[in-house]
Design a protein around this ligand. Sequence first.
Ligand SMILES: [Zn+2]
Length: 168
Amino acid sequence: MHFHVEIWISGDKDPSLEIEEALAPFDENEGASMGGGFSWDWYQIGGRWKGCHVPGYDSSKDENHIRTCKLCKGTGKRTDMEVQDGCNGCRGTGRALDWPTQWGPHTDDIIHVSKIPEDLSCAALIYKGKVYGWDDGYGWDKPGPKVKDMMNDLEIISGWMVTVDVHS
Ligand SMILES: [Zn+2]
């Protein structure tokens, strides 16, 4: 399962290092396990939730993620086999979307906490070594608690928030 995690960082040092440190206690590769708590075995900044800090951005329509379909070479029709919609790689459009793992992060996947959208939800918020809002039932259809609500409870008014796609 992939989960949308927001990680708070101070912004005082290299963001990738701060993210690494924030996630380290929950690393399954180092022996952490779900067992009712939060853990991960892989992550990337943005990923499936790339650009969620930016209202209106749609990662599936980002031109940087769209390539000529390899299966039909952009023609929208497979000549080597009969398939529905002409091509199973692109549904006949000739264009295919890269896998999220191939996407680079959005420039706003790391934003100042004051810019977090009101309606943004996430499966877990990691703040100063603790996990907030976590429930392993969260997913696309059950997005989790509002980031703003958790920030208000924790009185987070400074620092930065990073969108991370976490796999467990
Ligand atoms: Zn195709």
